[in-house]
Every structure is written in structure tokens, then in C-alpha cells.
Design a protein around this ligand. Structure first.
Ligand code: SIN
Ligand code: CO
Length: 382
């Protein structure tokens, strides 16, 4: 089916409107409540109950948080969480949050990929929360778009388009000083609420509940600029050295002369970049694994010949933690660029889009070698 037809088709996930309508009317503009976005949804395999959630949040290598409301005061504990987290938080309402569920569970990744009508460059991660009755993270706003999909149980959401986004100073969480409810709903399993950035919201569990947040990536301009400057610095190559055969006598030896500034300015103007450098930077930056991400290398790797044979039959799939993007002939995988030949480009693009290939047709020696390298790094699996 053509891309345009897909964009115009009504989607249950979006409450019966098309992607085109969603993008033009709601995305980054206004909230959308969707009843039964995913009918029958209560969670993903491996994460749909209090017990499973408590096991996950106490794992060593995950990013998790415990939020308690102790006698009206907010308390935040970051991972690694104590193994007896459940006992510590017995008396007052509490919430545990688990980031990056898409990197932990295949169904978490599959759930997040249902939102791939938004480009992968903007998708961030799937966060899951579990709260006891009355549990909440307080009234707040996020700097990025979010789809809040209700898993098991019910949550009462209040939202507000208020302009006053002042937060309580000194609190361990970003809690709004004032929150004026404009709309409210109780979300049941499978219901979903889309919120644009900076939209005030407050979700309180009614009985125990789990909420799945599909979060988006929107780096601050300053972050983009400073990472770009680092990238340029790493790739900088400027010849020459300061020279002044025309040096003139100065009245004040300590003065920085206009002539020196001219010369330095001319050197700095040599720092230039092309659009291809911007593409290289953004590809590496967006696919760079987050700080806590580590890949598991195969304990007994297949030989290159055996690997080739296997992927020819069974194909390949990206590791859940792998980030892959492309621009023109540049493929970016976990922060590293790779220049593809024209023949390899089509299947490398398909791999980046679908995160798997059912079988691999013969490819160039260079591509085969890099696939094997990625396999040995744990970035993909046969
Ligand atoms: C939650 O799931 O408890 C909070 C999610 C959010 O407000 O962004
Ligand atoms: Co939020």
C-alpha cells in the first residue's frame, strides 16, 4: 500500500483518526483522549503485574525510581533500588518507574514500534509505572510529547493548559506550585492520553495500576549545539600556526592588538561544516547508546562462515538496545557511522526500519564483514 494511503487510514490506536489528522491537529498542539486505543491491553509479557514490576525495578542494570508520598512530602529514591523496596514503601502511597522497557522486553519494543508513525529519530523510550492506590508522581509537566497508555487498573488523570509552570523549589521531583484542573478522566486498561510538551498533568492511581508512557526525544538546542561542537572538535583539521612577520610596535606590551584579533578571527573562520557533517553528527548523536546501556557479546561466537550461513537462512534481528538510523548512504549504528554501497543500501535501510530481516540475500564482502563485527559486539543476532 502507498505511504499516503496509510497516512489517511483511520487508526484504532489514534481513536479512529488518521495519522495525517493526528499530526495536523494534535501532535505538539493539543491533548487527545483515546478510549480503547489498544482493546484488552493490560501490559506486556514479562511486565503486567506488581510482582513482575518489583522484580524489574530492583535489577542492577536498569534505570528505575521509587517515589513515595510520606506524610505529604515527596521522597525520591533512584536505582539501584533496595531489593525490599516493597517493604520500605508499605505505609504511604508509592510509585515505581522503570525506564527503557523497550530495551528489556521484546513486547515492550513491539509496543513502542506501534508508534512508528512518528520517526525513530524522535522516539525515546517506553517507561512503565506501577502505583499503589493513591500513588502519583505529583502534578507536573514534561518537556516532550507523551502517550500515556493505561495498563492494568485505573488511573484518574487531570490535565491543564495553564501557562504558570513554576515548580516547587527544593523538592526532589519537579512538582508544579499550582495546578488548576481543566479536564479530567479515569483511564481504564487500553485507554490512552496523548499530551503535547509542557502540558500540565496529574495522574493518581485508583486502586493499584500500571501506566505505559511512550516518550519522545526532544533535545534542548543547547544540548544539540554543544554535542555538535564536540563532534566538530573530534574531526577538526586546521593547518598552519600563528605567525606575524608584519608585527608592529605596540605602545602597551600587555595590550591584545586589533591585528592579533584579525588573525585569530581568520583562523576561526576556517571552522566550517557542510550539511553532510551535520548528518554525520546527528546520526552518531541520536544512535549513541545511553550511559547505562551495555551490550552482551556472544559467549561463543559463530565463525564468520557459520554466521554467513545462518543469517542466509534465518535472517538477522537488531538487539533490543541497538539504535539504527540512516541518511543517504550513511548508516548509523550505536553511535558509529558506516558508508554503504548502493547495492547494500536497500537492505540496510530495511533493517533500520523494521529492526529485522527475515533472510539475508548475498551482500558485499564489506557489508558481510561489518555485520559480523556488529554480531560480535552484541548489536545484532542471527
Ligand atoms: C506515571 O506513569 O505515573 C507518570 C507518567 C507521567 O506523568 O508522565
Ligand atoms: Co508526565
Amino acid at each position: 500500500m502507498k505511504k499516503n494511503n496509510l497516512a489517511n487510514q483511520p487508526l484504532q490506536l489514534l481513536g479512529g483518526i488518521s495519522v495525517r489528522k493526528f499530526l495536523s491537529t494534535y501532535w505538539q498542539k493539543k491533548p487527545l483522549l483515546i478510549r480503547q486505543a489498544i482493546p484488552g491491553f493490560t501490559g506486556v509479557t514479562g511486565l503486567s503485574s506488581r510482582q513482575e514490576m518489583l522484580q524489574w525495578v530492583c535489577e542492577d542494570e536498569v534505570e528505575s525510581r521509587l517515589i513515595e508520598q510520606v506524610k505529604g512530602a515527596w521522597k525520591l529514591t533512584r536505582s539501584p533500588l533496595p531489593k525490599n523496596v516493597q517493604k520500605r514503601a508499605r505505609t504511604s502511597p508509592w510509585t515505581v518507574l522503570l525506564q527503557g522497557v523497550n530495551t528489556l522486553l521484546p513486547e515492550g519494543d513491539a509496543l513502542m514500534r506501534q508508534f512508528n508513525f512518528i520517526p525513530s529519530t524522535r522516539l525515546d523510550d517506553l517507561m512503565v509505572s506501577y502505583a499503589t492506590d493513591g500513588g502519583s508522581v505529583g502534578p507536573h509537566f514534561d518537556s516532550y510529547d507523551v502517550f500515556l497508555l493505561q495498563g492494568m487498573g485505573e488511573r484518574h488523570w487531570q490535565i491543564s493548559a495553564q501557562k504558570n509552570l513554576d515548580i516547587i523549589e527544593g523538592a526532589p521531583l519537579r512538582i508544579l506550585k499550582q495546578f488548576k484542573t481543566q479536564h479530567e478522566w479515569v483511564l481504564e486498561p487500553g485507554d490512552m492520553l496523548y499530551l503535547p510538551p509542557k502540558y500540565a498533568h496529574h495522574g493518581v492511581a485508583q486502586g493499584e495500576c500500571m501506566t505505559f508512557s511512550i516518550g519522545f526525544r526532544a533535545p534542548a538546542h543547547e544540548e544539540i549545539a554543544s554535542h555538535f561542537l564536540n563532534h566538530i572538535q573530534d574531526n577538526l583539521c586546521i593547518d598552519g600556526r600563528y605567525a606575524d612577520p608584519d608585527l608592529s610596535i605596540q605602545k602597551h606590551p600587555a595590550e591584545i592588538s586589533a591585528d592579533m584579533l584579525d588573525k585569530v578571527e581568520r583562523v576561526l573562520k576556517k571552522i566550517q561544516w557542510k550539511r553532510a557533517d551535520v548528518a554525520e553528527f546527528i546520526g552518531c548523536y541520536l544512535t549513541e547508546p545511553k550511559a547505562h546501556i551495555f551490550f552482551d557479546v556472544p559467549e561463543q561466537p559463530l565463525s564468520p562462515a557459520r554466521f554467513r550461513q545462518k543469517i542466509g537462512k534465518t535472517g538477522i534481528k537488531l538487539d533490543l538496545r541497538t539504535q539504527m538510523l540512516f541518511h543517504k548512504d550513511r548508516v548509523f549504528l550505536n553511535g558509529e557511522p558506516y558508508v554503504a554501497t548502493r547495492d547494500d543500501l536497500a537492505w540496510l535501510k530495511a533493517l533500520a526500519d523494521h529492526r529485522m530481516l527475515p533472510s539475508l540475500k548475498p551482500c558485499s564482502d564489506a557489508a558481510e564483514a561489518v555485520l559480523y563485527e556488529w554480531y560480535c559486539d552484541g548489536f545484532l543476532h542471527p
